[in-house]
Write a protein that binds this ligand. Sequence first.
Ligand SMILES: Cc1cc2nc3c(=O)[nH]c(=O)nc-3n(C[C@H](O)[C@H](O)[C@H](O)COP(=O)(O)O)c2cc1C
Length: 355
Amino acid sequence: MEWKNEITDLLKITYPVIQAPMLGTTTPEMVAAVAEQGGLGSLPVGGLSPDRTRELIHKIKSITGKPFAVNLFVNEVPEYNRDDAEAMQDFLEKFSAENQLVFERQSLDALRFYNYREQVEILIAENIPVISFTFGIPDEETIAAFKQNGITLVGTATCLKEAVLLEKAGVDAVVAQGIEAGGHRGSFLDDGPLPQVSTFVLVPEMVGRIGKSVIAAGGIKSGVTIRAAFQLGAKAVQVGTAFIASNESLAFPSYKTALQRAQATDSAVTRVYSGRWARGLRNQFMDAVEESGLTIPPYPIQNILTAGLRANARQADRKEFTNLWAGQASAGAEIRSSADIFTRLIAETEALHIV
Ligand SMILES: Cc1cc2nc3c(=O)[nH]c(=O)nc-3n(C[C@H](O)[C@H](O)[C@H](O)COP(=O)(O)O)c2cc1C
């Protein structure tokens, strides 16, 4: 199998296999482990403070000298209805009391959000070679600053229209995120229903229409799926769910076990946790908020309103009450080192003989 291609040249890696950025799951140790094996590790810093961003980057650099990517959330904070947010807090307060969870009501006037613009200077100063992003397109000034510093830019698209806009904005490669993918949808257009295109449809469509390298994401967890993505025209793959149960992951024990046992039908795309569409395993919290009929405030408002409750559930290993992000292809997720998972993916792909 010839792995070398335009993406391996662009990103200066041996294998065009990317460990997906997974906020709340990926650790510096996971990123470094994949980088050491010749893949591209990605550090998610979406919504984190500038200090935390710097600290995580330094941690990776203390473990590996290999290149890695940093991933940003490039959304803006939208207008929202305060009555909806207060009604949601009433619901969360009652739900928490009924389920012995801790809930701290927040003052809507005191909510603090970090924007990607606060992280730009750090990424440039730290000489980060690859920046991927999701939830939109950075403003022109930011794109120009990254480009002036020779940084490779990777955008995320869930439909062709988004991919075309990313190409126009000057990205170097586009992640084609199929509806199978775990975690948040990268979708950023508000002019229609949420795109729900599968990886198998999205990748060849994008390959045929945009002049940039396409990176397939969603449902990739084995040699056959990697091969299939390359056959469809992808120049790299981005793998998320397969690393969630790894030793280096932040996922808590009952989440890992649920992931291993999950059927392809056990996950759903929901806004209940963060206000943005994301795929995770169905659980009690998801059902309760959906059944409440309440209007869910937009991202990142809902995200911050549910944050304390979710952290509390994670600490107590109570999987029914926090987000269990997972793709459709989560069954069999392995509890072993990220390096082992990565080398298995490579070995399985190499062992396949295409006729
Ligand atoms: C737990 C989890 C967290 C995620 N967080 C991010 C993130 O911070 N930034 C991002 O661009 N994508 C994020 N994603 C989406 C991944 O980049 C990728 O599209 C997806 O994992 C690929 O599909 P798969 O899960 O089937 O491998 C996340 C996915 C998961 C499963």
